[in-house]
Design a protein around this ligand. Sequence first.
Ligand code: ZN
Length: 236
Amino acid sequence: MKIFSPIINMTSAIADLFFPPVCVSCGTHLFKQEVEICQMCIRRLPRTNFEKQPHENKMSLLMWGRCHVEQAYSLFYYKKGERVQRLLHEIKYRRNMDLGKELGRQLGKVIQQAKPGEYDCVIPIPLHPKKLRQRGFNQAELIADGLAEVLSIPMDISSVKRSVHTESQTRKGRFERWQNVENIFQVSETNLLNGKHVLLVDDVITTGSTMEACINTIRQVDGAQVSMATIACAVL
Ligand SMILES: [Zn+2]
């Protein structure tokens, strides 16, 4: 395979010459070290700064009385029709996998500064296998991949499974959403999560029902702790 990599590099260099990569958010040309999104956009998007108080912020407060969360992180506030929503759509519906991983890296940098060495593994919220087949990829896994790279910890996609295919959550109220997801996750490899601090990852948190169900499932494992991280947070 190695023999092809100079050819691939040369092809992508030629492609860059004729179609220089541009920022998915503002359309300006990217610098060499930038991937899919420019630094200016990252700075201009509405940051939550939750990492300054990872134990107590709007995202962790959302989960109070529902499940025990150690720390909660999210890069940006999410509003319908605004830039952050468009970025997440770019990943989920336009299959921009490089952007997913890059936003995961950006999230990882923030967490690394706030709590270096705190977490043992990264787990993306799993999709049901049927949904995974339909979509072809799990957007949470792309984000978790970038996050794991920056934090230098493994990504675990085998210990937690989603066994129930749920209907779309968007038209449901909070209680209905919770009922809909209450028992949809199972831990298949309890020994891998014993005494571990898991960083659970999704693209966006809205009501927190899916996170809640997954956190409560993981916390049934002896000594397991869970923190959560998302790219966007719809809680204002
Ligand atoms: Zn930009």
